[in-house]
Ligand binder design. Structure first.
Ligand SMILES: Nc1ncnc2c1ncn2[C@@H]1O[C@H](COP(=O)(O)OP(=O)(O)O)[C@@H](O)[C@H]1O
Ligand SMILES: N[C@@H](CCC(=O)OP(=O)(O)O)C(=O)O
Length: 371
């Protein structure tokens, strides 16, 4: 047996993500065999004392057959309906497969907001922790039936990266229908599998433009984004074929290993900096720009001269200089409407004029990322 990848072999808490393409048979329906094989491998890890969270795609794919659809639907409403039908089928298949090993599963359906808002992600974190403490296998998917185009991840790769960070996992295993990252689409002549990705530059020249399978969504693009988010947050990533799940989790030499590049716990801010859809902005006076950039302080209402856009509390906003240059991003602590009443006021004035509820920073320091 080839050498072990220690970082994976020693991981105590692992997030395993499996894609739609690995869960469906040639007829496009959910493959109970594939579900069974995965459950067998994960149950074996559990019996070795490791904690496993499964992030599974396949709700939409599982809904295609029962709804009599010819292929994966493209429009959002049909996808929502297919996910609603398919998610039940998916979780029933996992419940039965894990029950064979005496294990209970718990369904966790998440949206982007549950993962990135400071006020929300603690909830998801506590729920996942408690499920794991109780010996239950959390089975996570995006809440596709209610997620609208604007707020959805759409693919589960990035969701899995965020789950891995929020749950403080040590490793993330991305299972797909190809046995690793190749230097070009795997069927291109001369394309070679890459064993290790040590830094983001290692993947800079790689062709990942080919879209994925008919049932999968993101292809390699979202997998690399997920790997980059996770490794930047202290989570090692293995990208491997679903057929190699046991070897991949054990840390044997399969697939592509993405080495850790950064510290734990920064994923939601990375998301904010690079991926989040911005809902509005705060124009800052010069002192506030200096405070946010230099001292990395919370954004106080006193330093805001203008509020732009229509956003709710918790939504991503940009912090701008008077000249319109973006200096930071943050999750707004208040809605645009409230912020417009608060702007320019000191904390004491806020308390006096608007009440205690408003005597807080417009953006908490933990919710800010300087660009
Ligand atoms: N450079 C590359 N290396 C490996 N696979 C690639 C590359 N570029 C594109 N792909 C494609 O990405 C696909 C996997 O993505 P996808 O179908 O979305 O999987 P999943 O359903 O598991 O999320 C592979 O089948 C492969 O054809
Ligand atoms: N949440 C969706 C997953 C979307 C999707 O297809 O993702 P993937 O196969 O991982 O690229 C579902 O369950 O159908």
């Amino acid at each position: 047996m080839s050498e072990l990848r220690a970082v994976i072999a020693q991981a105590r808490r692992i997030v395993v993500k499996i894609g739609s393409s690995s869960l469906t048979g040639d007829d496009g329906r959910l493959s109970e065999d594939a579900v069974g094989r995965l459950a067998d491998a994960l149950a074996a890890e559990r019996s070795r004392g490791r904690q496993v969270i499964l992030v599974t795609s396949g709700a939409i794919a599982a809904g295609i057959g029962p709804m009599g659809l010819p292929a994966r639907p493209r429009d959002l409403e049909l996808q929502q309906a297919a996910a609603s039908v398919g998610q039940g089928i998916l979780i029933a298949a996992y419940s039965a497969a894990f029950a064979r090993h005496g294990l209970t599963v718990g369904q966790v359906l998440l949206t982007t907001e549950d993962m990135v808002r400071r006020t929300h992600y603690g909830n998801a974190q506590r729920a996942l922790n408690r499920l794991l403490e109780l010996g239950i296998v959390p089975i996570v998917n995006e809440n596709d039936t209610v997620a609208t185009d604007e707020i959805r991840f759409g693919d589960n790769d990035r969701l899995a990266a965020l789950v891995a960070t929020v749950a403080h996992a040590d490793a993330l295993v991305l299972l797909t229908d190809v046995d690793g990252l190749y230097t070009a689409a795997p069927d291109t002549p001369g394309a070679e599998r890459i064993d290790d990705v040590k830094a983001p530059e290692d993947v800079a020249g790689i062709d990942i433009s080919r879209r994925g399978s008919a049932l999968g969504t993101g292809g390699m693009i979202t997998k690399l984004e997920a790997a980059s988010l996770a490794t930047a947050s202290g989570v090692a990533v293995v990208l491997a074929s679903a057929d190699d799940v046991a070897d991949a989790i054990a840390g044997r030499h399969v697939g592509t290993l993405f080495h850790i590049t950064g510290k734990r716990d920064t994923t939601r801010l990375q998301w904010l900096a690079h991926a989040a859809k911005i809902r509005g902005g705060f124009v800052l006076d010069d002192g506030a720009v200096r405070a946010v950039k230099g001292r990395k302080a919370s954004l106080l209402a006193a330093g805001v001269v203008e509020v732009q856009g229509a956003f709710e509390a918790g939504e991503p906003v940009e912090l701008l200089t008077r000249a319109g240059a973006a200096v930071a991003r943050g999750f707004a602590g208040f809605s645009a409407e409230d912020a417009a009443r608060m702007k320019g006021l000191s904390t004491d004035a806020l308390r006096e004029k608007l009440g205690e509820h408003f005597a807080h920073a417009l953006i908490h320091i933990d919710d800010l990322v300087v660009l």
